[in-house]
Design a protein. Structure first.
Length: 469
């Protein structure tokens, strides 16, 4: 075989190998990096310009292949079309037959690689574009809650330390401190994280949350103090009863100055034999002269210990009897009726006391009752935890606890008036509202406790509440 032919064959093989490499590299780059259209279209020109085997000739010529295999040149009257930027004496021509084949192959196959890569890039799934930051800015401006480095001495705007609003906030903050301290001591390892926040329209709060404690999976105690103006129809939606309030007669949509201050708590222990506990104590007033108190403490066990329930209910019966002998029966019934998961036909737990819109007597007397109720949380609840926090339990008992936690979530998100009101109006801080939910919960399709089991025993009480004291 003539040496020229052998060199040409070797050049074409090299061109094929290089072209295949370019094709694979182009596909990989585009699939991995997502090259833009400009990069794709520019690549053939770059490949041509960087090809090593080129030179310029002084006159415009066209290479012509002869039958003998040699080259001859044909004069041109103008530069070849498609070679923009080349002058009349600057046309590219190969140094040799082999180098010409190689150069042409490189440019051609580079173009093929880019073309295929462009198609791959077009059909490659694209990541969704990030949402415009303006959307988040709009949400922030509507709900207007800002984190603070530390809590101020007073969240309310009253300067008189003897007024009811100021004393109510101080009482709740003192209760928050004492309850968190007692829970930390009982847990032994967990500590509460404190988050202070300010509300754009007025007020703020202090959320204290323990996560991943030794005894408590999650425990939160949140203070909220908000004030400003609110439409009268929103104020009316904040209470359970509509009678005997001045705002009821005002036109819907008319804005009215208001003040609201409350302390909420939910504690979810790890051990299935330790019950969940919830309390909330709040005060609300408007410039129209309306005011009312609401609150209560309730308990949600996964397993029944009758002595525990007698202790819990007995503690609050003593508090109620001290202030009004009719309080316990009235507020215990109110709790049984309020904490119902209607779509399940069962209660969330085993009750306690609950009241709302309470304004039928001197506010100072209701204040004193609420204060003693709050101060009785530790005495009513912590001894039960101390009794059971080291109890052994099975995987099945933990599973049942998580199923009951699922019921807790259902009630809070579907029926709890405080949760719904806070989320819909934007008055509450979302993180503080949602701190009441457990970290773990479970839903099983059509689950029913085994007949005669401890789970069925307490389930009957969720279906039909009973008296404990």
């Amino acid at each position: 075989m003539p040496s020229g032919t052998s060199a040409g064959a070797r050049g074409q093989v090299a061109a094929a190998v290089l072209g295949g490499a370019l094709l694979a590299a182009g596909l990989l780059v585009v699939m991995a990096e997502g090259s833009g259209p400009a990069d794709l279209y520019a690549a053939p020109a770059v490949a041509w310009k960087t090809a090593p085997m080129v030179q310029t000739v002084p006159r415009p010529v066209r290479p012509t292949q002869l039958a003998s295999g040699s080259l001859m040149t044909e004069e041109l009257s103008a530069p070849p079309s498609g070679l923009g930027g080349l002058g009349f004496g600057d046309v590219m021509a190969p140094k040799s037959q082999a180098s010409g084949t190689l150069t042409t192959a490189v440019a051609f196959l580079a173009g093929c690689a880019v073309a295929v890569a462009a198609m791959a890039s077009r059909f490659r799934p694209q990541a969704p574009a990030p949402e415009a930051p303006l959307a988040m800015a709009a949400v922030t401006s509507v709900f207007g809650h800002q984190d603070l480095a530390e809590a101020p001495a007073v969240f309310g705007k009253d300067t008189d330390p003897t007024c009811l609003r100021r004393r109510w906030e101080a009482m709740l903050r003192k209760g928050q401190d004492s309850i968190c301290k007692a829970i930390e001591e009982c847990d032994g390892e967990g500590k509460f994280r404190a988050d202070a926040w300010a509300r754009e329209g007025g007020g703020g709060g202090l959320s204290r949350v323990m996560a991943n404690g030794k005894v408590w999976e999650k425990a939160g105690v949140g203070l909220s103090v908000v004030y400003g103006t609110m439409p009268t129809d929103t104020i009316n939606a904040a209470r359970q009863r509509q009678a005997n309030y001045a705002t009821k007669e005002l036109p819907a949509g008319e804005r009215l100055p208001f003040f609201a201050c409350g302390l909420s708590c939910v504690m979810h222990p790890r051990n299935p034999h330790c019950p969940t506990m919830h309390f909330n104590y709040r005060y609300f007033e408007t410039e129209a002269g309306d005011w009312w108190f609401g609150g209560g403490t309730d308990i949600t066990p996964a397993y029944l210990d009758e002595e525990d329930m007698k202790h819990f209910h007995g503690t609050y019966k003593k508090v109620c009897d001290k202030h009004d002998p009719e309080f316990y029966a009235k507020f215990k019934k109110w709790a049984d009726e309020y904490f119902i998961i209607k779509h399940r036909g069962e209660t969330r737990g085993l009750g306690g006391i609950f009241y709302d819109d309470l304004n039928d007597r001197d506010p100072e007397k209701i204040f004193a009752f609420a204060e003693e109720s709050l101060n009785s949380v530790v005495a009513a609840y912590v001894p039960i935890i101390e009794k059971h926090k080291n109890d052994e339990f099975t995987e099945g008992q933990k599973r049942w606890q998580l199923i009951r936690r699922g019921r807790y979530v259902e009630f809070n998100l579907v029926y709890d008036r405080g949760t719904i009101f806070g989320l819909k109006t934007g008055l509450g801080r979302t993180e503080s509202i949602m701190m009441t939910l457990p970290e773990l919960a479970r839903w099983e399709y059509a689950h029913q406790p085994e007949p005669g089991s401890e789970e069925e025993k307490i389930m009957k009480l969720f279906k039909q509440p009973r008296e404990w004291v």
